[in-house]
Design a protein around this ligand. Sequence first.
Ligand SMILES: [Zn+2]
Length: 354
Amino acid sequence: MTFIATEPIGSIPRPAYLQEAMQAFQKNEISATALSELFGQATRETIVQLEATGSPVISDGEQSKPSFATYAVQGSPNLAAGGVVIPFADGHTRQLPKLTAGPFRYQHFAADYLKSARKLTSLPVKQAVIAASAMSLLYPAEGIEGYSQQQFIADLLDQAESDIRQCLTAGAYNVQIDFTEARLALKLDPSKGLLSQFIDLNNQVLDRFTDSERSRIGVHTCPGGDHDSTHSADVPYPELLPLFFKLHAGNFYLEYAGEKDKKTVLESIRENLGTNQKVFLGVTDVLNPRVETPEEVCDLLVQAAEYIPVTQLGSTDDCGFSPFADDVSTAREVAFAKIKARVQGTKLAEAKIK
Ligand SMILES: [Zn+2]
């Protein structure tokens, strides 16, 4: 029987009571303890619902992460507003903070989320971490007196390595590096210089792991889903994939369902996928509220298997359903229904692909 792995990307929309509590906490209306209890409640509820989808691997839904990008530095004393701005196609922006002094240290490691989640389920749990390349954007262009960029990068590599290693040690089924700025880098710098720099930096982290550890480490790319909009969907995959597959990782989680020209994407994957690499194609479009049918998911995978050896093929969602905590553009129930369709459609494809 054919086996096709299927995994989520990570985030599930936070329930309304948690959204409200997070806002109340910002205004000092509720205590950190009260908020933490609600994080726990939302995580428990999310895990129960993820288990009910039939997904063989789950996440904690990132209920207590402030965002996929900023969890590591939340509460850091040496950050100020006014960092890099990320523009989205619909006109809205997200702005990163910037570092004001060294040394650079993560305030939170993703393994803490993983440890809490593993207590709540017997299913394998995957854990997402932020890419070193994203964190590298925190160092300001004007530099920091007494803390060179070189020193910053050395500290960053140590922190990013530790973030991944702690997850592996804590029993993550696998670890996914969120590298959503990959495609954006091509938009900002079509010469590919910035993307090459990002890949080189992330490889410096990946090279600190053994081959067997790297088989449990993956990388996610997408055009950046936020408030149902994207930042780089107009960059064609054939521009990205030749460099993207140069990352020294075992698993690659690609936004795919939302792509218009799927044949070209599959051809590019076939050309660039290494023999020790596995590609998980997004089969549910997180920016479209319509829930896919299992048959549609199955069809995508059957077509993909014409280009990609089935032993190297898996399915996933196009992105997290709510990478930023305050993004309420997707309903929780829609997210769970899409995950269920992914799981059922993947099973159908297993039966169909010989
Ligand atoms: Zn994504």
